[in-house]
Design a protein around this ligand. Structure first.
Ligand SMILES: [Zn+2]
Length: 82
């Protein structure tokens, strides 16, 4: 099967294949930062912004879970004293 379609998530510089297009775009910005076209740079910056947004959301969820676990154990400890 030919894999030269533009939708294929293969790096055009080193032919490495990726499961998703945004993974390839992030790889392009990290490993081939010197020779990106304008379109590739735009896609890299969009993928980077989306990834940072997902990371920020993950950090808030992790912090919320940590707070819940902390106060859960605190309440359990308080009841164990009674
Ligand atoms: Zn590459």
């Amino acid at each position: 099967m030919p894999d030269a379609t533009p939708d294929d998530a293969t790096c055009p510089h080193c032919d490495r294949r990726f499961a998703r297009d945004d993974y390839r775009d992030l790889h392009l910005g990290v490993d081939h930062a010197g020779d990106l076209t304008d379109a590739e740079r735009e896609r890299y910056e969009a993928a980077l912004a989306a990834e940072e947004e997902q990371l920020r959301l993950f950090r808030y969820k992790a912090l919320g879970l940590l707070v819940l676990v902390y106060f859960g154990f605190l309440i359990l400890f308080a009841f164990s004293l009674a």
